[in-house]
Write a protein that binds this ligand. Structure first.
Ligand code: ATP
Length: 304
């Protein structure tokens, strides 16, 4: 695999099985340098498994993964020294005070930015004299994030950064993500099942379901190519028209809404032939697109 410097993480046909479960099924994606890349999927979709491959904690069973053009299993130090990571459970030493922990970590990271660490500590309202074991879950997440950001990594990797956290911590986390990317050339890859959050901060999105990528691309292009179209019939219908251009339908009786992925003329023609008129056409939310894509992937795999 040749490395393109504009791609920070690249997987090709990456596959991982745990016994009978296929956690990743031929996953191919590219995370562009400087992007905020949201990996979205429900619990068990394969997000953590993918992140573990980025960290070199799992070896590719089939296919490949490159991080900064390197194999993370073969070259863990060269890869990990450039990644700031925050997992679902931040693994911090309980017996230390926060200030001691920061001083201790600083010694390990040549690029540790003390002024930035202090700025984050103040904005996250973390007491340096507090013992790690006395921190709440939200405070621990803030410290974990501070540690991941303080040495200004090229790639910030966050696994479900806001799972179970209160909205204020979430806001802090998202604020920190945005600040991080505003610095030239830095990349954020984060997983989440909160689609509104992903939609708010990401510029690239990969939707993963049962180990497969059901959609991947720039958020602007995804938004521009997906519409929610509502149609109305004069008489109630038991089912929506078959247009061949809708990813999914919702509705009943006279009014039905479809998520449509760009084949508009075909959709309009089929709706009009079925005797319906278009009453609304608007951009679909990421949540609506995800639900329609996942349902569609399920239908396709059921047919196979
Ligand atoms: P969550 O949001 O719940 O963490 P996820 O999208 O991160 O979900 P993964 O943790 O990657 O999903 O899990 C994908 C699938 O692989 C699940 O069915 C999970 O049970 C399975 N799996 C993951 N790790 C292992 C393991 N070490 N042994 C067996 N099965 C595993």
């Amino acid at each position: 695999m040749t490395h393109n410097g504009d791609t920070v993480v690249e997987t090709r046909g990456l596959t991982r099985r745990f016994g009978a479960i296929t956690a990743l099924d031929e996953v191919s994606l590219a995370v562009p340098r400087g992007s905020v890349f949201g990996l979205v999927g429900v619990n068990g979709a394969g997000k953590t498994t993918l992140i573990k491959h980025v960290l070199g904690l799992l070896r590719a069973q089939a296919g490949s993964i490159r991080v900064f053009g390197l194999d993370p299993v073969a070259e863990p130090v060269r890869v990990l020294s450039r990644i700031g990571y925050l997992g679902e459970e931040s693994d911090l030493p309980d017996w230390m005070r926060v200030g001691e922990l920061l001083g201790y970590l600083q010694a390990f990271y040549p690029t540790w930015d003390e002024a930035h660490a202090e700025e984050l500590r103040r904005s996250f309202e973390i007491d340096p004299s507090a013992k790690v074991k006395h921190l709440s879950k939200g405070q621990r997440a803030r410290v974990g994030l501070l540690v991941a950001l303080a040495y200004r990594p090229e790639l910030l990797l966050l696994d479900e950064p806001s799972s179970g956290l209160d909205p204020i911590v979430r806001r802090d986390i998202l604020g920190a993500i945005i600040r991080t990317i505003s610095e030239e050339g830095r990349t954020v890859l984060f997983s989440s099942h909160l689609l509104d959050e992903v939609e708010r901060v990401s510029d690239h999105v990969a939707m993963i379901h049962q180990g497969s990528i059901v959609m991947c691309g720039g958020l602007d292009e995804i938004r521009a190519s997906h519409l929610r179209i509502t149609i109305r019939f004069d008489e109630p219908q038991s089912e929506p028209p078959s247009t061949g251009a809708a990813l999914g339908w919702k509705g009943a009786g006279q009014e039905w809404s479809a998520i449509c992925d760009g084949q508009l003329p075909r959709f309009h023609q089929a709706a009009s032939e079925a005797g319906a008129r278009i009453v609304e056409q608007a951009a679909a939310s990421l949540d609506e697109i995800f639900v329609a894509r996942v349902a569609n992937a399920r239908l396709t795999s059921d047919k196979e």
